[in-house]
Each structure stands twice: as C-alpha cells, then as structure tokens.
Design a protein. Structure first.
Lengths: 124, 124
C-alpha cells in the first residue's frame, strides 16, 4: 500500500480528483495515522468513535460539526477535534473540502455503520 | 495540560499570537499526536527523527524541506511527510506559517539537539 508521495502534495489537486460526498480519499500517512480528504455535502450519520479523537481542518467552504447539545461551525483555515466517545455528525449546505486526521483503523461511520461506511479508501 | 479547544480553532488567530521563528506552539491534540503551528524563517538545523514520520502543511508562505539529495518546496495548501530516520532541515527566506502533525513526544531538533530545541511548547 502506498504510504506517501515523495514531493509536495497539493490539497487543491487532490480535491479535484473526485466529487462524491462523504467518500474519503487518503493522501498521506504519518506513522499509524492517516490524512484524508473529504467532501462534506449534505448531512452525515450520527456516530461516535469510542477509541479515538478525530481532527477536521477545513480547506475550502464551511461545515458544521454537530453534537447533541451544540454546533461547531468551521470555515476555511479552522480546525476542530471531536473527542473520542462523543456522538457527532458533520453537515454542509454546499460542498466543503475538509482534511481529516485520524488513526488508519478508524471507520468513518464509527459505531453507526450503514450505507455511508467507507471501505479501503483509495490513495490519491 | 490543556488538550483541545471546545470550538473552532482559527489557524490565522493562532499564528498571530507569536512571531518567533522555529518556536512551535501547540493548538490541538489527537490521541497521542499533536498539531503544532510553527513560523519557519531562516534555516533550521539538520536532524532526523528515528522513530517517527513528521507531517508539514503550509498555511501561508513558502518553505523548503531540504534532504541531503533533494529539496521539496511547499506552498500554501501543500503538505509533505518527512519519513522517519531521514535527515532533513526546513528553511524559508520569508516567514512561512506551517502546521506540523507528529507524536507528542517528538523533539523538534530530533537527534541534533542544540539551541533551537523547544521545551514544553505552550498551548495557544
């Protein structure tokens, strides 16, 4: 499995390779962590990751990280860490380009599963 | 020790809190990894991290990751992973605002040590 590119990785170029919402692509690995690029558009499913935190960093656009008791709105150049074990979902009206940083073994839908679960996200 | 902010973290705001070159600040933790903001200006020391990869993502400006046999130039919105065990240094003519992802235990100067070694980087 490819781990990393030898040169500079342009996030804009990587985001241009796909349009599907909530279909993460891998762009780099850092030890047992992976950097994914995700297009958030519409609403994801409620879920939690029992064993891991999850970082989101917005590259372009605006998204919301929704918790049961509050919303965190993220614009370009803003990041937020979802604490392990806390139920959340992501949503965006228009396409939002987002970087995620999490352990390689993390499943995007956490404990929820279902149709939006990603398998073997391609390396782009 | 503070781990994470409850809301959105603006990278621009965090970079505005300091000016010192090669003096990392922590902005978030993801499990045992840390996200640091660094201003690269001038040339760092040659060093390697035996046990860990290190990710750099340029927020603003241009920097070079120099290896013994090649340079990788990074502009805003570009990232690069320095493989573990490989000697490298970072440099920039003008201030470059950079995000780094690496294990909490990583020492910025790796095996080299010296005056530029950062201790207990503050959380901003």
């Amino acid at each position: 499995m490819q781990r990393n590119h030898r040169g500079a990785v342009s996030l804009a170029e990587k985001f241009a390779t796909f349009d599907q919402a909530f279909a993460p692509r891998r762009v780099a690995h850092v030890n047992d962590f992976v950097v994914k690029v995700i297009k958030v558009r519409g609403a994801f499913v409620w879920h939690r990751h029992e064993a891991t935190d999850e970082l989101f960093l917005v590259h372009r656009g605006t998204m919301t990280v929704r918790y049961r008791d509050r919303d965190v709105v993220l614009n370009a150049g803003e990041l937020h860490v979802v604490p392990r074990g806390v139920e959340h979902m992501t949503l965006a009206d228009a396409t939002c380009e987002v970087l995620a940083f999490e352990p390689v073994a993390t499943v995007n839908t956490g404990d929820a599963g279902g149709a939006l679960t990603a398998h073997d996200e391609p390396f782009v």
